[in-house]
Design a protein around this ligand. Sequence first.
Ligand code: NAD
Length: 436
Amino acid sequence: MIITIIGTGYVGLVTGVCLSEFGFHVTCVDNNPDKVALLKDNISPIYEPGLEQMMRLNAEADRLKFEGDVSQCVPDCDVVFLAVGTPSIAGGEDIDLSYVFSAVDDIAPHLTDGTVVIVKCTVVPGTCERVRQQIAKLRPDLDFSVVSNPEFLREGSAIQDFMRPDRVVIGVHDERGREVAEALYRPLKLQDTPISTTSLAGAELSKYASNAFLAMKVSFINSIADLCEKVEANIIEVSEIIGLDQRIGDKFLRAGPGFGGSCFPKDTRALAAFGRSVGTDQPLVEATISFNEDRKNKMAERVLETIGDPEGKTVAVLGIAFKPDTDDIRESPALPLVELLIKNGVEVRAFDPKAMEPAAKLYPQVVWADDPYEAAIGAHAVVIMTEWNVLRALELERLRDGMAEPLMIDLRNIHRRKEPARYGFTYVSIGRDPAS
Ligand code: NAD
């Protein structure tokens, strides 16, 4: 099977590399020429553990190619994946489908009879049907199929998630679409991955429902963490106890500064907006969105209150990415914190193992350090925003020695409560401190 992937972001590139690893011949296309140039040199434009190495091996084996021009590969292929971004519309809640439909316009003139177009993007129910109608309008005589195949991978463990997913979802409109999509995922079926086949809209909705449920779980535990602070209970113990109930499960029950990233915020907004548009409001999802926005701001305010008078203060922010093992900073809770600190005249120093390049473009006034110890020099507080392993294993004595004041605000609860105090730190964390 010959495959083209449109879009080489986190999903498109990982999908392309993993499908070439299965043995398929894959061409990944992006309309950003800088990305294509890097990819042709076997350099991944995104950080994802193990990706660049797997990419290089498959490119050397001649199974993986990169292109900037769809006309070079779409006419010869059996399957075209659409893996372009579906962000929120600027300043709004609805999903911006312009990248999807512009990619459809790009590929339509080059499609040949029998090609299956697979939508990997997260899109609101009804979009794949609109994609089908748009192609039919542009190419009335073309015999083609459209499949919805939402992706569930997580940044930071994307290859493992693609190769060993909990399930694969295939939304189909016709028999050929089903057969081709099932053939693509046969290597996963052989390892007993559940493959769920449903309608186009069923697949589209399943993806939103999964993400909204996980986002709700995160907001739920964050609101319980607030209660812990009022009654002197420890959120880590409470989470463990809840998670031991197999009906609930222990994942996504870690209290923190609120969820961010390129998926949960925009997908919850899109689901809520979609619900409103069809007259079926989603009050639980709406509450999750507003709670999470408040949470990010409240956590930033908590840092500001904890450092006291901001005049002449320096704060070291450790971790900017929305989660570890990624360079993605989209809607990261670290961003409102950095903004609030800057707005209040605080000097911000910061470190992140992988996300400093995109973050430095946003905040040139921040002093970007090579490691956490350099970031902490002269700081009146360090704030842990991302649970990177390197921040779990900090040499606390070394960190403290460089600081102006030994204050650690750990918004990820990665340190044991008494440990930083042993090194003279005032330690503030989440859901473990009495009414702070
Ligand atoms: P991304 O923004 O990282 O990448 C999108 C890529 O598409 C960019 O490189 C862009 O240049 C390219 N592009 C846009 N229009 C194009 C066109 N017409 N032709 C060629 N290239 C084009 O996006 P992403 O994070 O990979 O997400 C892609 C989709 O997958 C979204 O719908 C997202 O919601 C969904 N998703 C993302 C994740 C994740 O963890 N990032 C997980 C599951 C699902």
